[in-house]
Design a protein around this ligand. Structure first.
Ligand code: MN
Length: 735
């Protein structure tokens, strides 16, 4: 059990002139009246007020606060009344204890109403004296830390209340450290399974993340020193579980898809210039992610938070956040109002101290008063708690059109949601937005009271990218609808071209088939499709081969007769391949997780082979471009990480052929080309093209384009070429 003298020592260290006798008297009073009471753990009850007092001493609060911490449960849980407190400890402590004491239980009030009344009372007390909220948060923090002995239902109820009311209040008051701890403890008690699962997942990656972090820190340290930028400390952390969990849930991601699992913080000396210097060094090392930079130094948040935030793409293509702030800003970020309190009081004289306390009170009032003001004329206490929750942690935001019309949208909505909420047409034609007169990116998160003007142009179209920036179902479904319509239009057009081309090869007039709706419909029906357009779309999607459509059109006999393939022995597959090349991968070689019928194209830069690790990038107009995961271009594409999609190779019954170009460097001797082509033919692999050259320094350069099924096949081809005498090296070259 913590000793009262330890607490007194802490207070004295910060405030040499503190009235420690008051603290001792409070301690004895509390010990006397809580005597015999036990906590759920079976320990003496006194532990609780002692620990609360200790948290307050750690926050460097004054002796009045620490004493109140010791006395805070006396009126509520023992027979002592406020008048007795007043007699022994005076008005100030009495007022604080009163603010912390729940209203007497009135049997005809519902539980909800009692909770509401208690919160209302507390918020009002907080506004008169900020110490009420600091003591209440310390009280809640200790209760949350020692919940394991309570029944699960009670744990869940208290945790929910903490998430709904106390963590947001701590956030409002800028108390980052307390807020984080309250949130993580609530999460752990409210969703124990999910907490454990996530904790294990993070734990499994801990070593890897820590290694990445220490490398990043080392790089920053070296560069700051190299550029003579002063700094105090570089901190790093794996993100908190609760915020991670919220992110996973709201965006429906898995932990592998969260890129900014880690974060780094640079603390500089107390000169904001150092922050901007450090920022320029960071941006010099790594590429910043556009739109993720925030300057909370130039424009501090309401709760006094100041810091620079930026996200950069690290060496492995992984984005991470960097926060940069001075030591003073850091204290405020962690302690919020509490930092302000001790900071002002310890350094200044009495007069100034009072002025500063006044200023602090005004700040707190500004932060908390709206909570009770909105419900002033509201007599119903259940409504009060609801609107309090709404205000602390609102689910909806209200925004205005320039004409003054109010739209209610879920929190997290963007101008795109707003545009679709006005009208589908406005959404479809939306190109930008002005919020309160200033142009903002379309991913801007709408705040309460924003006046939003949507900019449109008649020829603009929705973008697939928008799906990552909308939260309303109306916007989502309209964008999806538009994309699938658009894909269908593109596919019909592509299908038409492919069929024309194929008809051309059969020396048929394309018009005969394409201009004949009935015939197209007839063939479509044979495929189980209802309209000719559906058939063209199916060709465009790469599901139906135009060659087969012609076969159905001509009948087997005429088809065989006209078939250009028949005339060229041994190249039976070229027509087939031409089609494949045109439509990219064809025959569902790659499937995009969770989506059907998307056009996919292999990236030309790396030409991924079946079996290699791949990643998809949504390129407007080209559908999904599939890259090798190791492709050097993938790193720069990660900047638009919202456009990265998971893709995988489909299991195909049929083996798909892909052309790969190889370059062999050889000794310059005769018969090299023949030797290589023979080696390839021996393992029954097709050769598309082969040519030989001699470099200036008398090295043979032989380029062959081979047809392979997958990575394994290619490896076999490469090793068979390597075994040809005279071959020095074989490498894959891309187009
Ligand atoms: Mn308590």
């Amino acid at each position: 059990m913590i000793r009262i003298e330890d607490i007194i020592e802490k207070v004295e260290a910060n405030r040499p002139s503190a009235d420690t006798d008051l603290i001792r008297r409070s301690y004895f009073f509390s010990a006397m009246h809580h005597r015999g009471q036990k906590r759920a753990s079976g320990e003496p009850y006194l532990i609780h007020p002692l620990e609360v007092a200790d948290i307050l001493a750690e926050m460097k609060l004054d002796e009045i606060s620490v004493s109140t911490g010791l006395l805070h449960d006396v009126v509520e849980d023992t027979l002592v009344d406020l008048e007795t407190i007043r007699k022994y400890f005076g008005d100030e402590i009495t007022r604080l204890v009163d603010g912390l004491t729940k209203i007497a239980t009135i049997s005809n009030l519902s539980k909800e109403k009692q909770q509401a009344e208690n919160v209302r009372k507390m918020v009002l007390a907080m506004i008169t004296d900020v110490r009420v909220v600091l003591i209440k948060l310390a009280d809640r923090l200790h209760n949350m830390r020692t919940m394991q002995f309570l029944k699960p239902e009670k744990r869940a109820r208290i945790s929910q209340e903490t998430l709904d009311i106390y963590a947001p209040i701590a956030h409002r008051l800028g108390m980052g450290k307390v807020r984080s701890e309250l949130e993580d403890l609530s999460f752990q008690n409210l969703y124990p399974h999910e907490y454990k699962k996530l904790a294990n997942e993070v734990e499994a990656r801990r070593a890897e993340l820590e290694a990445a972090l220490s490398k990043i820190k080392e790089t920053i340290r070296a560069k700051l020193i190299e550029n003579d930028v002063p700094f105090v400390e570089i901190q790093s952390r794996v993100k908190r579980l609760y915020s991670l969990w919220k992110k996973l849930r709201s965006r429906k991601l898995t932990i592998e898809q969260i890129y900014d699992l880690i974060a780094v913080r640079v603390i500089t000396p107390n000169d904001k210039k150092c922050c901007y210097l450090a920022l320029s060094v960071i941006h010099d090392i790594w590429t910043p992610v556009p739109e993720r930079f925030k300057d909370w130094i130039a424009i501090p948040r309401d709760n006094m938070y100041r810091s620079l935030h930026t996200s950069v793409i690290g060496d492995g293509g992984q984005a991470f956040e960097v926060q940069i702030r001075t030591e003073d800003m850091h204290h405020i970020a962690e302690e919020g109002v509490a930092a302000h309190w001790k900071y002002k009081e310890s350094k200044l004289g009495r007069q100034e101290e009072d002025e500063n306390l006044d200023e602090l009170r005004r700040t707190v009032e500004k932060l908390l008063l709206p909570l009770v003001e909105t419900t002033e004329d509201n007599e119903d206490s259940e409504d009060f708690i609801e609107s309090l929750k709404l205000d602390l942690y609102p689910k909806d935001v209200y925004a205005f059109t320039p004409m003054g019309k109010v739209l209610q949208l879920p929190r997290g909505s963007t101008p795109i949601d707003f545009a679709y909420a006005i009208h589908s047409e406005v959404g479809d034609k939306c190109t930008g937005a002005k919020v309160n007169g200033r142009i903002v990116p379309l991913r801007y998160e709408i705040q309460n009271g924003d006046v939003i003007e949507i900019l449109t142009t008649s020829n603009s179209k929705p973008s697939r990218d928008w799906l990552n920036h909308v939260v309303t179902s109306k916007a989502r479904s309209r964008i999806r609808h538009w994309i699938s319509e658009q894909q269908r239009r593109e596919s019909i057009e592509l299908g038409r071209k492919l069929l024309e081309k194929e008809a051309d090869r059969f020396r048929l007039s394309p018009k005969k088939l394409l201009g004949n709706d009935d015939e197209l419909k007839r063939i479509a029906n044979e495929y189980g499709l209802s309209r000719g357009e559906d058939l063209l779309a199916s060709i465009g999607y790469g599901k139906t081969l135009p060659r087969n459509v012609l076969a159905k059109h001509l009948g087997a006999e005429r088809f065989a007769e006209l078939d250009p393939e028949k005339k060229k022995e041994g190249t039976l597959q070229t027509g087939f391949k031409a089609v494949k090349k045109l439509i990219g991968l064809g025959e569902d070689a790659i499937i995009v997780k969770g989506v059907d019928n998307l056009l996919t194209t292999r990236a030309r830069c790396c030409n991924p082979l079946r079996g290699e690790p791949i990643i998809g990038y949504i390129s407007l107009g080209k559908g999904i471009v599939v890259h090798n995961r190791n492709c050097k271009n993938v790193k720069s594409l990660m900047v638009n990480r919202d456009r990265i999609v998971d893709v995988e190779w489909a299991k195909s019954e049929k083996e798909e052929i892909q052309s790969v170009r190889l370059l062999a460097t050889t000794e310059n001797r005769t018969g090299m080309l023949a030797g290589i082509t023979n080696a390839i033919a021996e393992i029954k692999t097709g050769i598309r093209d082969a040519r030989a050259n001699v470099s200036k320094d008398d090295i043979g350069l032989i380029e062959v384009t081979v047809e392979v099924f997958d990575k394994k096949h290619l490896d076999k081809v490469v090793s068979s070429i390597e075994q040809v005498p005279g071959v020095i090296n074989v490498e894959r070259v891309n187009f």
